[in-house]
Design a binder for this molecule. Structure first.
Ligand SMILES: [Zn+2]
Length: 52
């Protein structure tokens, strides 16, 4: 028997990254990456300490 593809309808947020968030499917337990967050402009710049 082949299981139908899980639609991942019921999910819960488990982790958050800079520009992505990870949710776990409550039905199949799979970890999904939901990168629906908008990227901030100028995020490429590393805010390192600049010694004067
Ligand atoms: Zn699922």
């Amino acid at each position: 028997m082949t299981q139908p593809a899980c639609p991942h309808k019921r999910t819960q947020l488990i982790a958050k990254d800079n520009d992505a968030q990870y949710v776990e499917c409550l039905d199949c337990g799979e970890i999904l990456e939901a990168g629906e967050m908008e990227k901030k402009e100028g995020a490429g710049f590393d805010e390192s300490l600049s010694d004067a």
